[in-house]
Design a protein around this ligand. Structure first.
Ligand SMILES: [Zn+2]
Ligand SMILES: [Zn+2]
Length: 374
């Protein structure tokens, strides 16, 4: 278990570090702490930490999931608080397996121990409103999940009996084959096919789960959706996925967030955009417009006389909160779009023609015919 919990801290980089920076820092640290070269007593542990941190942060998807931590958690029934523990059994466990595979033998003959199979990760698609995404929300979700079988308490064995040591691997969960080759002794280790690596087998299976140790049930959870979450983000709830067979460690639940569109506002990350349609007269003479907000009443905004098409008025801090920086919010950009009328009343036409004449402009219609001597 890493001594420093924050992966960015382990590598000593900022949360916005680029992948090039990560790679550079990782190489430097890996050279420094590699157990073969470093004399420091805890170098092996550090080396493992560094590798774990890099393993997660160099993978965009894992990094995004990691970044979600601390921002989102779970409360209520079964809320194991897994969100605090990014090194939970499932999920990021992949690295230690790779690590053991590479260094296990070389670093003192650690053995692959019998282990229970982990449960699968689950994905839940959650639809939320535009405002909920900007302001954050809590949602009650209900989903079917494989949970621990009650009658056998997850062991898979009939009541009154218990799982027994696997006779094929003597409980080791693995089968070792040793061969002598020209290069020396080669050891081939595979998971025991009889117990699938668990080390134990069930002789008389539980009736409720047929020896699986898990049954399907409905679970409901409260999920905190952090303010500023964006389309496609996932909130990871550690240990809330399927439980593994026969008390195997549970997987994670990923809540994938889908955000409804706003009738007037569009969003890009932390920035909001509002297209304000104004007339030619309003652009020229100035006006006040009402700009809709994500929360609360519309805000009155001044359009200055002589506003050009595409002019941007920035309402600072009226955008979307930053996911990783508390109290920091993006801006709301009001873009003035000047709409040219496609139909004119008789009076409007006369006034515009008068305006053109005053400006010495040539326009279609009566004035033009006159001017061109038609
Ligand atoms: Zn076995
Ligand atoms: Zn059972």
């Amino acid at each position: 278990m890493p001594t420093k919990v924050d992966l960015y801290e382990i590598l000593g980089v900022g949360r916005d570090a680029s992948s090039e920076e990560l790679k550079r820092v990782y190489r430097k640290l890996a050279r420094q702490y590699h157990p073969d070269v470093s004399n420091e007593p805890d170098s092996a542990e550090r080396f493992k930490e560094i590798n774990l941190a890099y393993e997660v942060l160099s993978d965009p998807q894992k990094r995004q999931q990691y970044d979600m931590f601390g921002r989102a958690g779970v409360s209520g029934a079964g809320g194991a608080g897994g969100a605090q523990d990014p090194f939970g059994q499932a999920g990021f466990g992949g690295f230690s397996d790779i690590f053991d595979a590479f260094f296990g033998g070389a670093m003192g003959g650690q053995q692959r121990r019998a282990r229970a199979q982990a449960g699968s990760d689950l994905r839940y698609d959650l639809r939320i409103t535009f405002a909920e995404a900007v302001l954050g929300t809590e949602k009650e979700i209900e989903f079917p999940v494989l949970g621990r079988c009650d009658p056998c308490q997850g062991t898979g064995a009939k009541q009154g009996s218990a799982p027994v040591q696997c006779p094929q691997c003597q409980g080791r969960g693995e089968i070792r084959q040793v061969r002598q080759t020209m290069l020396g002794q080669m050891v081939n280790v595979t998971a025991c096919p009889r117990c699938r690596g668990e080390g134990r087998v069930v002789d008389s299976p539980c009736d409720a789960c047929r020896g699986e140790g898990r049954t399907e049930r409905k679970r409901s959870l409260r999920v905190s959706i952090p303010a500023g979450i964006d389309e496609g983000h996932q909130v990871r709830l550690t240990n809330e996925g399927e439980v593994g067979p026969r008390n195997g460690p549970p997987g994670s639940l990923y809540v994938a967030v889908h955000i409804a569109e706003h009738p007037h506002l569009t969003r890009e990350g932390t920035e909001l955009y509002y297209e304000a349609e104004i007339s030619i007269a309003q652009a020229a003479l100035g006006t006040k417009i009402a700009v809709p907000m994500v929360e609360g009443e519309p805000v009155e905004v001044d359009i200055k006389p002589g506003t050009q098409p595409g002019t941007e008025i920035k309402l600072r801090g009226k955008g979307v909160p930053h996911l990783r920086r508390q109290n920091a919010r993006g801006d709301l950009h009001v873009i003035a779009t000047v709409v040219v009328p496609s139909k004119l009343s008789k009076k409007q036409r006369e006034l515009l023609e008068q305006y053109a004449k005053e400006s010495g402009e040539t326009v279609s219609g009566a004035g033009l015919r006159e001017k061109l001597g038609l």
